[in-house]
Design a protein around this ligand. Structure first.
Ligand code: HSE
Length: 337
C-alpha cells in the first residue's frame, strides 16, 4: 500500500516511527505493508516510489527542522496539493495541524486526494469540523474511503465504537471529555495547584496540545470532536458554527477548590442532545466521566440499555498514530476483498 504522508509534526513522525517499529507485525497480522512514498511538510517534500528511508526522514527533521537532509531529492517549497497530484499512491494520510478559519491546508489536501481517486486517512479536525458533509459526499462520488478515527479520542476508537459496537441501540445523547490538553491542565490544577499557564506549557512540550493551543483551552478542539462524533454517529449535519462554545480559560483555582469541597471536579464537557455545546461543568468525583490527565471519556446515553462510557488516552503522537494504522487496516481490508 503506497502512502503519501502530509504533515511531519508530532502525529506524522509518530506514524513513521510506528511503521518502522511495527511493520513486520502489521504485515503478519493484517497483511498491512504501508510503503511511504512521499512526505510533505510545511517547507517541502521528498518522494521515492520504492519507499522512503524513514529513519533518514526523521533524522533530517530532527537535525534541520525540514526534510532538506535528503539533499538533491528534496523539493523545497513543494506543496501537499502538488505532491498529491504528482505522486502515485493508494492512500493519502493527512496529519497537518488543525486550522479552523478555512480548514487549510488540510481541506485542500483532502479534496485533491479524493479528486485524484486516493483513499484518505485524516487526523486533522479542521476539514471535518468545517465541511464534513461535503467531504463525505466527495469521497462517495469519487469511490474512495475517507477514514478519520484519529480525529476523536486520539488512539481510543470512539467513532467506530459508537457506530459499530452500539448498533441496534438508539443513541439519545452524547456527553464527554474530548480534549486531552484541557483535562491534563484541570487535573494538574486540582491535584497539585499548578497554574494553567505552566500546565499548558507542559502539555505543549509533551506533544498533547494543538499547534494553536487556544483551540484546546478555548473549547474549539472539543467542539470539533463533538461535531465529528455527532455527524458520524447520529447522522446530524453540524458544523462548528452551530455550537455554543466556552473553554476553560475562565476556570479559577477558587472554582476548582469549591468543586473539590463538594466532592466534585471541574471538567470541560462537550455534549449533544437537544442542543450542542461545550462548557466547563462540575461533576461528581464518582461520575464515570471523571477521568484524569490526557484521558478522554465519552458517555453515550442509549435506549434501551442506558449509559455506555468509553475511556482511553485522548492525545499524543503514538496514540494518534495507532488510529492511522487502524484506518489503514480497514482500507486494506475493504479493497482486498
Ligand atoms: N490537542 C488535542 C487534545 C490532541 O489535547 O486532545 C488530540 O486531538
Amino acid at each position: 500500500m503506497r502512502v503519501i504522508l502530509l504533515g511531519f509534526g508530532v502525529v506524522g513522525r509518530s506514524f513513521a516511527e510506528v511503521v518502522m517499529s511495527e511493520g513486520t507485525k502489521l504485515a503478519k497480522a493484517h497483511g498491512l505493508k504501508p510503503k511511504i512514498v512521499g512526505i510533505v511538510d510545511s517547507s517541502g517534500a521528498v518522494f521515492d516510489k520504492n519507499g522512503l528511508d524513514l529513519a533518514k526522514a526523521l533524522k533530517s527533521k530532527k537535525d534541520n527542522g525540514t526534510l532538506a537532509g535528503f539533499g538533491d531529492s528534496y523539493h523545497d517549497g513543494m506543496s501537499g496539493v502538488q505532491a498529491v497530484r504528482e505522486i502515485d499512491c493508494e492512500v493519502v494520510v493527512e496529519t497537518t495541524p488543525t486550522e479552523l478559519k478555512k480548514g487549510e491546508p488540510g481541506l485542500s489536501h483532502v479534496k485533491a486526494a479524493m479528486i485524484k481517486g486516493r483513499h484518505v486517512v485524516c487526523t486533522n479536525k479542521g476539514p471535518l469540523a468545517l465541511a464534513m458533509p461535503a467531504l463525505m459526499e466527495l469521497a462517495h462520488h469519487n469511490g474512495v474511503l475517507f477514514k478519520f478515527s484519529g480525529t476523536v479520542g486520539g488512539g481510543t476508537p470512539v467513532l467506530d465504537f459508537a457506530k459499530k459496537c452500539l448498533e441496534g441501540s438508539e443513541i439519545r445523547s452524547i456527553r464527554g471529555i474530548l480534549n486531552g490538553t484541557s483535562n491534563y491542565i484541570l487535573t494538574r490544577m486540582a491535584a497539585e495547584g499548578a497554574s494553567m499557564k505552566d500546565a499548558l506549557a507542559d502539555a505543549q512540550r509533551l506533544g498533547y496540545a494543538e499547534a494553536d493551543p487556544t483551540y484546546d483551552i478555548e473549547g474549539f478542539d472539543t467542539a470539533c470532536k463533538l461535531v465529528i462524533t455527532s455527524n458520524y454517529v447520529l447522522g446530524t449535519s453540524l458544523s462548528i458554527k452551530d455550537l455554543d462554545i466556552r473553554g476553560i480559560t475562565k476556570v479559577s483555582d477558587k472554582d476548582i477548590a469549591e468543586a473539590a469541597a463538594r466532592g466534585e471536579a471541574v471538567k470541560l464537557i462537550g455534549s449533544v442532545g437537544s442542543k450542542a455545546k461545550v462548557s466547563p461543568e462540575s461533576i461528581k468525583l464518582t461520575h464515570p466521566l471523571n477521568v484524569s490527565g490526557t484521558f478522554n471519556a465519552i458517555c453515550f446515553d442509549t435506549h434501551p440499555s442506558g449509559e455506555v462510557t468509553l475511556v482511553g488516552k485522548g492525545a499524543g503522537g503514538p496514540e494518534t498514530a495507532t488510529s492511522v494504522i487502524r484506518d489503514l487496516i480497514e482500507i486494506r481490508r475493504s479493497f482486498a476483498r
